[in-house]
Design a protein around this ligand. Structure first.
Ligand SMILES: C[S@@+](CC[C@H](N)C(=O)[O-])C[C@H]1O[C@@H](n2cnc3c(N)ncnc32)[C@H](O)[C@@H]1O
Ligand code: SF4
Length: 361
């Protein structure tokens, strides 16, 4: 224990070092009588080399490491629990520095290894088919907390399957476009050569549909892919299952999508959970066909994962088949996404911490 008050105060005020940009770290080095190039070395340690302590930084002098230790923390995310599903999906819970827990999933596929990561603790959007929507929204994740989930899942695929991580989807807990700055910073770090150096085209941000933020993604030149959770191409039905549609109607989304496509030239993916006798009639397929004509797109038909207390059932193959056929016959690019990791509640929309508050159950 320290004998003076000052070091204790210093320690209480320690800041997460990964909240600083490289320029801010350079300025800190100068202020503390260090050469600015040290900033680059430390920055590389905390991002690219994913150091979890200053002690690991063996090309940094001991006095500087001690100075860093007094001023900063490295709030790295730890794996709390991991469960392996019969289809080799791995669901993990991650413990954040403040005790909150989020979930992430490694989804193996013969052609790709995908990390599904959370962007918020809980979610404020209360979609009626989604387990996360039943939780309160506790807080946004910091960019480094999103980044660390990717790092931990990358370790899982390399260590357990001897295969590299190839794709990242922001389809875990939370609405990424309501935590815009941190999500975009995490993408910048994941794609940076002094970060994980992964290709932006391998990253997909999935949104429930925040029109103005879709436009902002285009304005900011974000290179990651965009997926829109559509689930109904009719306002009455969409309002019923996704309250966000009351303020971000299909008309507003259409306008944002056109803007997005004009600026980026990119295709968008529409996610469409097939809910038995709710959105799986031919009339629904006709509405989806009209919506699919707005800009170049592909449609992912998603198998519904039942959630506790949920009112929906997944559509049978007898209903899925004609729905899909209707779209395919009219030139829509359609993929059917079967649920993964069902036996351990690791599939999309089943990610929810059981006590609904984001702390450990
Ligand atoms: C959990 S959300 C997170 C990202 C973002 N908030 C969104 O809604 O797109 C990721 C995807 O899971 C889907 N999803 C939610 N609940 C589901 C369920 N019970 N079964 C299948 N997919 C579900 C969502 O619609 C969305 O397409
Ligand atoms: S589907 Fe997405 S936006 Fe809706 S409640 Fe779930 S996490 Fe939130």
């Amino acid at each position: 224990m320290s004998t003076t008050l000052i070091p204790d105060i210093e320690i209480l005020n320690r800041q997460d070092i990964r909240k600083l940009s490289l320029d801010q770290l350079k300025a800190w080095m100068t202020e503390h009588g260090e050469k600015p190039f040290r900033a680059k070395q430390v920055y590389e340690w905390v991002w690219k080399l994913t150091a979890t302590s200053f002690a690991e930084m063996n090309n940094i002098s001991l006095p500087l490491r001690e100075k860093l230790e007094r001023s900063f923390t490295i709030n790295s995310v730890e794996v709390n629990t991991s469960q392996l599903s019969s289809d080799y999906t791995i669901k993990s819970t991650f413990r954040l520095y403040d005790g909150n827990i989020v979930e992430g999933v490694l989804i193996p596929h013969p052609k790709r290894m995908t990390a599904c990561v959370s962007s918020q603790v809980g979610c404020s959007l209360t979609c009626s088919f989604c387990a996360t929507g039943k939780m309160d929204r506790i807080r946004n994740l910091n960019a480094d907390e999103i980044y660390d989930q990717v790092v931990r899942i990358k370790e899982q695929t390399e260590n357990n399957y001897n295969r590299p991580l190839t794709n990242i989807v922001y389809m875990g807990m939370g609405e990424p476009l309501l935590n815009y700055a941190n999500v975009m910073k995490s993408i910048e770090r994941i794609t940076a050569p002094d970060g994980l150096n992964m290709a932006a085209r391998r990253i997909t941000v999935s949104t429930a549909g925040i029109a103005k933020m879709i436009k902002k993604m285009a304005d900011d030149g974000i290179k990651a892919n965009l997926a829109l959770s559509l689930h109904a191409a009719n306002d009455t039905k969409r309002n019923e299952i996704m309250p966000i549609n009351e303020t971000n109607s299909l008309e507003a989304l259409k306008e944002a999508l056109v803007y997005y496509h004009q600026k980026t030239g990119r295709k968008v993916t529409y996610e469409y959970i097939l809910l038995s006798h709710f959105n799986d009639n031919l009339e629904d397929a006709q509405e989806l066909l009209q919506f699919s004509k707005i800009i170049p797109c592909k449609v992912n038909i998603i198998e519904y994962n039942p959630i506790e207390g949920g009112q929906f059932k997944k559509s049978s193959d007898d209903r899925l088949e004609p729905f899909m056929r209707y779209l395919v016959d009219r030139g829509v690019q359609v993929n059917v996404r079967r649920s993964r990791g069902k036996d351990i509640d690791a599939a999309c929309g089943q990610l929810a911490i059981k006590d609904k508050k984001g702390t450990e159950a």
